[in-house]
Every structure is written in C-alpha cells, then in structure tokens.
Ligand binder design. Structure first.
Ligand code: SF4
Length: 236
C-alpha cells in the first residue's frame, strides 16, 4: 500500500452507513478549507450504487448548493449518464475533497491527506463494483500513481476487487469537442464493463469470477505488459 495514503481510522470503521458518516464529519475543521467553504459537499446518489464517480473537489456552484456536479460540468455528467441509460439517483457521486479550494485552485497534498479518510469510508460503505475516477486528482489518489489522466483514461484497473476506470473530468471537456467525444466513448465502455460485471465487488475479486468479467480481466492483464503496473493495489 502507498504510505502516503491515509489509513482508515478506528473511529470511522465503526460507522455503518452514510448517514452516520455524514453526522460524524459534521462541521469538519480538519483542514483550512473549512474557513473558506460555504457548504461541505458530502456526496449524492444511491448508497448502494454499483457505479461510483469520484471527482476532484467542489467548485463555486457546488460550494453554494452543497451538491457535487451541479454546474455546466454537472449537466455534461448528466448527459453522459443518460447516454448509457443511467440517472444520478442510480450512481453515487463524491469528490476527493469535500470543501472547495478557494478560486478552484488545485487541492493541496495536506488537504487530500486530511479529507480522504472520509472518501475511503464512503467507498467502504457504498461498496461499488466499479469506480470511475474523474480527472487527475481522483485518478492519482485512487490508483496511487503519479501518471496523468491522459495516459490512463479509458483503461481498466482492478483495485482490491473493484474495477477502476479513469476518465476525463467533465469540466475539462466543456470547451474541448475532442475530449467530449472521448468522454462519451469512455462512458460507452463503462456501460460494457457494468454489463459484464457481477453484482458485487466480492464476486469480481474472487478467483471464480465467470465470463462476465473476462473482458475486464484481459484488459487488466494487457496493462501489466506495458510499463509500470498499477493494478492489484489495496486501497480500501
Ligand atoms: S476539505 Fe475535508 S478535511 Fe478539509 S475541512 Fe473540508 S471536510 Fe474537513
């Protein structure tokens, strides 16, 4: 395991559902973003979703409304979901940081370290089969890699029984028709992965996983033949 990754905290692992986790986080003051945020943005969606999206941090609209992906990037995310027959209430959406960095600057390492134990607990409680990381920060955190999103997007990784697909952040595609096209292609692939994948992460991670995950296994295997492998890490 990457030593930079915050381990689950004893006080958190006793929490048994998202509501209790939200109550535990309360009016969090763990990092300086507490002083500049308007609203802590916890996450939204199906608490038992098979597909979880992880973005970077709340932006201005999210900070004001308390919900992730509510601005133009959120509208594009809704379009992308619709393109694979899904709506927000069928997935779960969260961010690496729960509070907005001022001016939408990049998250700082110490902010990520302070906040990600909450994200790790959300993943544990939701127990998604597939995680789609949106953009660089979520991808680097989940895959514990320094490699950028451009080289990783659309590829499939297996992390402790879950399948992880990095994709571009919708905000990056708002003014780039090329990236927009790539995003729709990656969502189509996400749908194929979901269709082939068993219902639970435990089944995906077992040695008896059937034909439903063959395609994903092949792609993970092919990843390991090209450069440094980031598969098979235990993050949660
Ligand atoms: S970003 Fe995370 S750790 Fe920092 S104040 Fe907000 S909830 Fe707490």
């Amino acid at each position: 395991m990457d030593e930079r990754r915050p381990l689950a905290e004893d006080s958190l692992t006793a929490i048994s559902d998202l509501e209790a986790l939200r109550a535990y986080i309360g009016d969090c003051q763990r990092c300086p973003l507490a002083r500049t945020r308007t609203t802590l943005v916890f996450g939204v969606g199906d608490p038992h979703a098979r597909l979880m999206f992880i973005g970077e941090a709340p932006g201005r609209n999210e900070d004001l409304q308390g919900e992730p992906f509510v601005g133009a990037a959120g509208q594009l995310l809704d379009e992308l979901l619709a393109s694979i027959g899904l709506v927000r209430s069928q997935v779960y959406i969260a961010n690496v940081l729960k509070c907005r960095p001022p001016g939408n600057r990049d998250p700082l390492p110490e902010e990520i370290e302070s906040c990600t134990p909450f994200l790790a607990e959300q993943v544990r409680l939701i127990d998604p089969v597939v995680i789609a990381t949106l953009g660089n920060f979520a991808t680097k955190y989940i895959l514990a890699t320094e490699r950028g999103i451009t080289g990783l997007r659309g590829r499939l990784f297996r992390i402790d029984g879950r399948l992880v697909m990095p994709i571009f952040h919708p905000a990056a595609a708002l003014y780039s028709p090329d990236k927009r096209e790539v995003l729709f292609e990656d969502f189509a692939r996400l749908r194929r992965v979901l269709e082939r994948t068993p219902e639970t992460a435990a089944v995906v991670g077992s040695s008896t996983a059937g034909p439903a995950v063959e395609g994903a296994d092949e792609e993970c295997a092919s990843e390991s033949r090209h450069g440094p492998s980031v598969e098979q890490q235990t993050l949660f």
